[in-house]
Design a protein around this ligand. Structure first.
Ligand code: PMP
Length: 426
């Protein structure tokens, strides 16, 4: 295999080869899409029974007629019981509501901007507010901050979660830092899992802002890709034991369990935060879609049923991740042009190409008919200072398409990388 410490003549040869491979790639007339992490059709079909449920049932376990307005305002208990252990939230403190966890994060921000959250002296709209944004991270978290004029301060991710020395420093010294985005398990996009020590430090750290919040977006709690089913520490208990019971907001949803955008979302937190949330949410909506919650509870059955369902997802997803990883290794290992994550779960692979090349790789791929998430999307303000990270979402395309996509991408990585190397050598 090749290395980047090539003499100029070798780089010219490699560049010529990459140019020929790219010409062959563009001549294929591909039209492939890798832009978002969506469940595949096979995964969606696994939840097809949902479309027949709740059949002629409309009563919840407590006798509630799900067809009508009315309590329970926290959502159906039987569904919350299924998800409480998975999201590590006591069932009394877990709310099932809406179809989108992103929507709940949006609403939490709005409610904190417009009304005083437990622990706060004033509402956030009357102050400068900044959030810590571990990078690379989830573009839609960053879009929420941008939407509301919340400044984002990037914090580098490590294999154990955000760099906690940086986090502790920033939250201790700056009262306008009022929150942090966290995807604690199988993080989007690099697959990192927060270590117990990271969770402990997040729960115990001193913050200058009394109303500091951890947005614990547990989007992938049961989305394992290996036998090692990673467990992450229970953040609510950690915060409560550290004397900061109101610090964490926990979010989750069934978007990547049943049907994306047609599932159920969850919010969990301290009793005070849940009361606060319900007092605001109760004005926005008369109540959740209990029929959808009932069909989800009937379909999943219990927490074991949920875990068994996700093992069937894994059977579909594992070969897709393996295909991409195998082709990356075959085409790029040892080239010095790229590194990539090998996640134990979740929906993404983070591909890090040679500094200054990510935008070129994405452009080349697009011109060859492969749509990839824009370079920079995983950074606040779409600005990756190294222009290096590309998010790969292998879940939706078929295995045959993934072969073409991964192979095509590696050609783009080689072309952009060797062009850069050649330019540097001149
Ligand atoms: N958080 C993360 C980390 C995600 O990756 C996603 C979906 N891609 C979401 C939230 C959005 O989930 P929902 O459909 O529940 O809004």
């Amino acid at each position: 295999m090749t290395t980047t410490s090539q003499p100029p003549a070798a780089v010219t040869t490699l560049l010529d080869q990459a140019r020929r491979d790219y010409a062959a790639l563009t001549s294929q007339g591909l039209a492939l899409d890798l832009t978002r992490g969506k469940p595949s059709l096979v995964q969606l079909d696994m939840a097809a029974e949902l479309l027949q449920l709740p059949a002629d049932r409309y009563r919840a376990a407590d006798g509630t007629d799900c067809r009508n307005y009315g309590p329970p305002s926290k959502g159906l208990r039987e569904l919350r019981e299924i998800f409480a252990p998975v999201l590590q939230v006591p069932v009394e403190q877990l709310v099932a509501v809406g179809n989108s966890s992103l929507e709940l994060m949006h609403d939490c921000l709005v409610h904190m901007l417009l009304s005083v959250v437990p622990g706060a002296e004033r509402r956030w709209a009357d102050q400068d507010v900044a959030f810590l944004a571990p990078v690379p991270g989830y573009d839609r978290h960053f879009a929420l901050c941008e939407r509301f004029g919340i400044e984002m301060i990037p914090v580098p991710m490590t294999a154990d979660g955000p760099d906690m020395d940086v986090v502790e420093d920033l939250v201790r010294s700056n009262p306008k830092v009022k929150g942090i985005w966290c995807v604690p398990k199988y993080s989007n996009p690099d697959g990192a899992c927060y270590s117990d020590e990271t969770a402990r430090r997040l729960a115990t750290m001193e913050t200058a802002a009394p109303d500091f919040r951890i947005f614990w977006d547990n989007a992938y709690p049961v989305h394992h890709l290996t036998d090692e089913e990673v467990e992450v520490a229970d953040i609510l208990t950690g915060c409560a034991e550290a004397g900061h019971p109101d610090r964490a907001f926990v979010f989750g949803s069934t978007s990547k369990i049943t049907m994306a955008g047609a599932g159920v979302a969850f919010f969990g937190s301290s009793p005070a935060n849940v009361d606060w949330w319900i007092s605001k949410a109760g004005i926005r909506s008369i109540g959740p879609d209990k029929v959808n919650q009932l069909r989800h509870a009937l379909f999943l059955g219990d927490t074991d049923g949920l875990r068994a369902h996700m093992r069937r997802h894994r059977e579909i997803l594992r070969p897709k991740f393996d295909t991409v990883l195998r082709i990356f290794a075959r085409e790029l290992e040892g080239s010095g042009l790229a590194t990539w994550s090998d996640p134990k779960g979740g929906y993404f692979i983070a591909l890090s190409v040679k500094k200054g090349c990510a935008r070129d790789v994405v452009r080349l791929a697009k011109e060859a008919g492969i749509a990839v998430t824009p370079a920079g999307a995983t950074y606040p303000y779409r600005s990756d200072p190294e222009d290096s990270v590309i998010r790969i979402g292998p879940t939706y395309p078929s295995l045959e398409e993934l072969e073409q996509i991964a192979q095509g991408l590696t050609v783009c990585v080689r072309l952009a990388g060797y062009e850069k190397l050649a330019a540097e050598q001149n």
